[in-house]
Design a protein around this ligand. Structure first.
Ligand code: ADP
Ligand code: MG
Ligand code: ZN
Length: 482
């Protein structure tokens, strides 16, 4: 029997606010344990929470980018459970009136568009962090993260494979970065993903029983977990067994999931509206304000790069992978050629996709970490256009420029890279080469085209690679045909 995989994701995103969800403690990552807490986020009796307006704004911004309806009436609710990292013994979340609902995100998979429904986005707070000190058989608790603002984005079960899940997360992450809603550092836990997965016979509409794998913290883990869990469920069903609704833990090292606990019913949490926080209203002015300040989103930018600069879709995809890269590209094209000719755009694109990507990968850094600027890049391109340096010299200059931030013509001067474009000087050298290689000349005249390349090579060698290759070609042709 053929089975279909059905996946719904719950994504937790730490919001990029200065202070926590309900108090003024700092949200900075990596501080001394328990140095960023107060009576509110430690759940002391009598301490009262105040909602962070910035967090509300960031949630709305995300909802708008994901085509959601923004709720006018909002409540904060208590989800009651005891855990050492949750000193209040309840998490403040939005169970009954989430801030955003009924949205979608379009992804592209194998050149085809697919729409993934967004069920809801709600505001909540993060818990503290347990550190298991196994050497001393004890566990330590750091409450710095307790009360950090989160949004949880819940998708409809519209995702059909591990590739679709990764495409969705990748596009979502780009959007969140463009919006500056979160820094999305999966390794620091600011973007975490739960995978709900079931399988069903191909064509059947009724969904199968799902399992849930919590807190996956890399795209690779999501990919592996989905493949592996779909296969596990299939094996269970084919053996005549039944998939249990349960929470499973994904073990990245062992590459398998382990059953943790059977799924509790939602009302085990005794949800109720938090009496310490008044319901809050979002008015249309606030939504309009946020709408008017939305940046261009990755999908729009991709389309515009194709239509405005005549770039291939592939280039547009890579150049818009971050806002920094996209801005760098546009500024460079503008500096290089005011008319924004397609040729200028493609030249800049080639350098960014080729040399820049190679160098950032080699050095393990981002564009922002290099000293490269649009004006330095364009300076280099102009030196190539003017024939001052060759394409291959330019690559050396590029590397040096990215790391030192020196002007390209200065580097050319220092390294003695200047290309020889003086026709008389080159003609003398070419004549020497011809005299020294009578055999190649007769070979060439006898129809051996390869001999010509050899003569060009000899000329380049004599000039230590500094001769302008186009000129050498031309002069050599003239001299042989004389
Ligand atoms: P809970 O909060 O209890 O985890 P929800 O019912 O809100 O549960 O669902 C959470 C996620 O599980 C959503 O992303 C949803 O799309 C997904 N989901 C629900 N049912 C299934 C199913 N049968 N198979 C796969 N995913 C599912
Ligand atoms: Mg869940
Ligand atoms: Zn606090």
């Amino acid at each position: 029997m053929k089975y279909q995989t059905v996946v719904g994701l719950e994504i937790h995103v730490e919001l990029k606010t200065q202070s926590k969800m309900f108090c003024s403690c700092s949200t900075a990552f990596g501080g001394q344990p328990n140095s960023q807490c107060c009576p509110v986020c430690l759940g002391m009796p009598g301490a009262l929470p105040v909602i962070n307006r910035r967090a509300v704004e960031l949630a709305i911004k995300t909802g708008l980018a994901l085509n959601c309806k923004i709720s006018e009436y909002n409540t904060m609710d208590r989800k009651n459970y005891f855990y050492p990292d949750l000193p209040k013994a309840y998490q403040t979340t939005q169970q009954y009136h989430p801030i955003c609902k009924d949205g979608y995100l379009d992804i592209e998979i194998d050149g085809k568009k697919k729409r993934i429904g967004i069920t809801r986005i709600h505001l909540e707070e993060d818990a503290g962090k347990l550190i298991h000190d196994t050497d001393n058989s004890r566990s330590l608790i750091d409450y710095n993260r307790a009360g950090v603002p989160l949004i949880e984005i819940v998708t409809e079960p519209h995702i059909g494979s591990s590739d679709e899940a990764v495409a969705f997360l990748d596009e979502l992450r780009k959007i969140l970065l463009y919006l500056e809603v979160s820094d999305c550092k999966m390794q620091e836990g600011s973007l975490r993903c739960d995978v709900n997965l079931s399988i069903k016979p191909q064509g059947q509409t009724k969904l199968g029983t799902r399992t849930e794998m919590k807190n996956l913290n890399s795209f690779r883990a999501v990919q592996r977990a989905i493949k592996n869990e779909a296969q596990r469920q299939k094996t269970v069903l084919e053996a005549g067994g039944e998939v249990l609704q349960e929470t499973r833990r994904w073990d990245d090292l062992k590459d398998e999931s382990i059953a943790m606990r059977e799924k509790h019913e939602a009302d085990d949490y005794r949800y109720f509206q938090d009496p310490d926080l008044m319901p809050f209203l979002i008015d249309s002015n606030m939504i309009e304000d946020i709408k008017n300040n939305m940046p261009e989103l990755p999908a729009q930018k991709r389309e515009r790069f194709v239509s405005e600069y005549g770039l291939p879709e592939y280039d547009a995809g890579i150049l818009t992978s971050s806002r920094e890269m996209a801005d760098f590209f546009e500024l460079s094209v503008k500096l290089y050629d005011e008319k924004k000719g397609a040729k200028a755009a493609k030249t800049v694109s080639n350098w960014l996709m080729g040399e820049l990507m190679r160098l950032t990968k080699e050095l393990g850094v981002e564009l922002q970490d290099l000293k490269l600027s649009p004006s330095l890049l364009v300076g280099l391109l102009k030196l190539i256009d003017q024939g001052v340096i060759s394409g291959s010299m330019a690559k050396d200059v590029f590397d040096e420029m990215c790391q030192s931030g020196k002007e390209p013509d200065k580097i050319v001067e220092e390294k003695g890279f200047r290309q020889i474009s003086d026709i008389d000087q080159l003609r003398d050298i070419v004549r020497e080469v011809i005299q020294e290689n009578p055999k190649s000349i007769s070979d060439y005249k006898a129809g051996k085209k390869k001999a010509f390349g050899y003569l060009v090579g000899q000329t380049m060698k004599k000039t230590k690679g500094k001769a302008n290759p186009q000129l050498v070609n031309k002069i050599l042709q003239d001299e042989i045909n004389k």
